[in-house]
Design a binder for this molecule. Structure first.
Ligand code: SF4
Ligand code: SF4
Length: 738
């Protein structure tokens, strides 16, 4: 990974007397070190990648503290790492993207939760929900409920978030329950400050080793018959202990509001992570001031599981109505509160999903609308207060503006789907796949998670299913035996190591499946932030490359040797930018007599990472006055026939259109704008698909040699001599200038 987090690593070193300024997720990382965490692991994914990225780059400092950092191969291995805390007084933290990561980790989490933990355990999950999310919309809460793990959902305030990390470890130790901490996208990126404490070196660490392993204790195994006892312990001891801790340490916050306010007899119970949006919507209603002080009392659940029934009941008793603000579905918290109120015969009217939407992010606008509904149902005894007028006017104004915009747009704006980076090595493969299917007919394509999922968008629109990270090959197992044509499964190198090797390749080989697997070998887990994997070329290999601008992924053959070791009988490696070769290889794989798994390694370094790697190198060459050649592609506008087949076959953002310079032609011509990284796809496509010959390849030479300058001067002189004289410029009246 070429991105540097050195500034972030420095901020982890802050101590007592210092003030931390920055993003929420980095504050959480600092909180882990202040808590004496002994080991940290995880699998990268937005919005929590930063935690692990910074820890991995800060390994030297972690070693000073004695903290072990492990970049795990997937979330299951990260969760299994927490087994260290079952016997030993080791505090451990792992992180991943949820819900998908928690799904992968679920087996180990169940087996951890059953025996319970000795050292505190904190699982920091990025709750990738709502606007900007990139995964299935489900809730992590379900896992906390089913496995009896505490679930922290801290109020997005850096001081509170760090306190919840510190107290989260203690809560885990007090209850023997692992703690999950869910952080929504906005919480991870909220900025602020907090007063630091010194980092704590763990008592047992990589610098202070244990002399002996723990004694044998069958109760610590997730194995019958003790699993039956574990289940009882959860209800009889662990959850009550967690509830005591939550109350004694005031983990949930009561914002009493103004006791003299007209609406002080209402109440709101909110998930901690939604607090900021709730306060902003109360402000829209004129029910909170600029400092966030609300007129309606609020119970902020920084711990959403387990709830403390007495705490919630005390809050609700005597209120004219209580609103539960709980994002997503199903409404676990609201249902639990309804049950606990009913069991205590508390008649307080309860609202939640009756006025708020069941699905989707609770933005300020959504909450303002929901609050309006709540206040409609629970108006002041003498009628509606004038305060809400401003919120309703704001909501009406938003609606009116949207309607006006919709009217102005006679035809809707075209979608702008996300796409591969400029020069991405994966784009050419989809061009080749388009062409190969012209030869063979359409095939079933089992897509996967990763940058290559951009191939599901225009202009390619390829992929019949996405079943999970690394699951492409496994997900075609039921399809390929039913198809006349061979199926294609796609996988990235990240997905291959995450899961695909075992769930897909091993299974296909074991069952003798006849299918085609295409592995994108770009060298990194690019979609999650270009983190390194076992098949990433080493720094030494990158340095060894004579031409440092060329792709270096061929320097690591771990994928190929692994597949060979497993017994793959048909394997081809193709450079992704060679569209004609890739087309031929795909066609061969679809039509080969070889019955079994055929693997195509599509080799090409992630362009984003390549550019990060070569830009400083080029800058160095230029600074030293050395010769630098930059390749650029272009379109000869006089030759372009305007049918745009090249664009339909590529989708590169720098290959676009402009007005036709020929006044007699109306169709726009193709143009390559600045930003082209000269990946060569334009030329390769033109060749493989026999497009019109309008593309040209140019070399921009900086710090050219003397003979190049001389040659350039000669060529320019000849071209100028051959150029016809400029026609006379017509005068405004249409007559030539004399
Ligand atoms: S990050 Fe790399 S692999 Fe992903 S789209 Fe960009 S260039 Fe392609
Ligand atoms: S050569 Fe073509 S596909 Fe490659 S970066 Fe340039 S415009 Fe994009």
């Amino acid at each position: 990974m070429e991105v540097s987090f050195s500034k972030e690593v420095q901020s982890l070193r802050l101590g007592a007397g210092d003030t931390f300024h920055g993003e929420g997720i980095l504050a959480i990382t600092k909180g882990l070190l202040q808590s004496g965490v002994a080991y940290v692991g995880g699998y990268q994914g937005a919005p929590v990648s930063h935690l692990l990225d910074v820890m991995v780059q800060g390994k030297a400092y972690m070693q000073e503290l004695g903290v072990h950092v492990e970049a795990c191969s997937n979330e299951a291995s990260a969760a299994a790492m927490l087994g260290a805390s079952i016997h030993y007084p080791l505090r451990g933290a792992v992180t991943w993207k949820s819900i998908v990561g928690t799904n992968v980790a679920a087996d180990a989490l169940s087996n951890l939760s059953s025996p319970g933990v000795t050292g505190g355990v904190l699982v920091v999950v990025g709750e990738d929900y709502g606007e900007g999310a990139s995964v299935i919309q489900e809730r992590t809460q379900a896992y906390a409920l089913k496995s009896s793990m505490c679930l922290l959902d801290p109020r997005p305030d850096l001081g509170v978030m760090v306190r919840m990390v510190e107290e989260g470890f203690q809560l885990s130790e007090a209850s023997a329950m692992p703690c999950l901490m869910e952080l929504r996208i906005r919480t991870c990126h909220v900025r602020g400050s907090f007063a630091c404490k010194d980092n704590v070196s763990p008592a047992v660490s990589t610098r202070a080793l244990m002399a002996e392993p723990a004694g044998f204790d069958y109760m610590r195994l997730a194995h019958p018959p003790v699993t039956f006892r574990h289940e009882k312990l959860k209800g009889d001891q662990r959850i009550p202990a967690a509830r005591r801790f939550i109350v004694e340490h005031a983990l949930n916050e009561l914002m009493p509001g103004d006791p003299h306010a007209e609406l002080a007899d209402l109440g709101i119970v909110v998930q901690g992570g939604l607090y900021n949006a709730l306060v902003r919507s109360l402000q829209q209603h004129g029910l909170a001031d600029a400092f966030g002080d609300s007129q309606i009392p609020i119970l902020v659940l920084n711990v959403t599981y387990p709830l403390v029934p007495e705490q919630v009941a005390d809050f609700c008793i005597g209120k004219r109505g209580v609103l539960v603000v709980e994002e997503g579905q199903p409404e676990y918290i609201e249902q639990e509160i309804a049950t606990l109120l009913r069991r205590r015969d508390i008649p307080t009217p309860l609202h939640g999903k009756d006025v708020l939407p069941a699905a989707g992010e609770y933005t300020v606008e959504v909450l303002t609308q929901g609050l309006a509904g709540f206040l409609d149902l629970r108006p002041l005894p003498l009628g509606e207060g004038g305060r809400e007028g401003s919120a309703r006017a704001w909501l009406d104004g938003n609606r009116t503006r949207r309607e006006a915009v919709a009217k102005l747009l006679a035809t809707p704006l075209p979608n702008r789907p996300p796409s591969f980076c400029i020069g991405c090595p994966e784009r050419p493969v989809f061009s080749a796949l388009k062409l190969a299917q012209q030869d063979t007919g359409p095939v079933h394509i089992a897509a996967d998670i990763g940058c290559h999922a951009f191939g599901t968008f225009e202009p390619f629109s390829m992929g019949h299913s996405i079943l999970g990270y690394g699951m492409g090959l496994a997900s075609r197992a039921g399809v390929s035996p039913m198809m006349q044509r061979r199926s294609l499964a796609i996988m990235g190198d990240g997905g291959f190591w995450h899961n695909g090797l075992l769930t897909g390749v091993q299974s296909a080989l074991f069952n003798g499946d006849d299918a085609v697997l295409l592995i994108f070998k770009n060298g990194y887990t690019s979609a999650t932030g270009t983190q390194d994997i076992i098949s990433t070329p080493s720094d030494a290999a990158k340095d060894r490359a004579v031409d440092k601008s060329r792709s270096v992924v061929d320097q690591n053959q771990t994928i190929e040797s692994t597949l060979k070791g497993l017994g793959i009988g048909w394997m081809r490696t193709v450079t992704t930018y060679d569209v004609a070769a890739m087309r031929k290889t795909l066609t061969d794989a679809f039509t080969s007599d070889f019955m079994g798994l055929k693997v195509i390694i599509a080799e090409g370094e992630c362009q984003l990472e390549r550019q990060r790697r070569i830009k400083p190198w080029i800058a160095g060459l230029l600074q030293r006055g050395e010769r630098v050649v930059r390749v650029k592609y272009g379109v000869d506008e006089d030759v372009c026939n305007g049918d745009h087949a090249c664009i339909r076959l590529s989708g590169c953002p720098t290959l676009t259109i402009k007005d036709n310079p020929d006044p007699l032609k109306v169709d726009p011509v193709a143009v390559v704008i600045d930003g082209c990284v000269g990946c060569g796809l334009c030329g390769a496509n033109a060749h493989a698909a026999t497009l019109c010959p309008s593309f040209y390849r140019a070399e921009v030479v900086q710090n050219a040699k003397w003979h190049e300058r001389l040659l350039h001067g000669l060529r320019s002189a000849i071209v100028n001599a051959l150029r016809p004289a400029e026609p006379p410029v017509p005068s405004p009246s249409g007559r030539g200038l004399g």
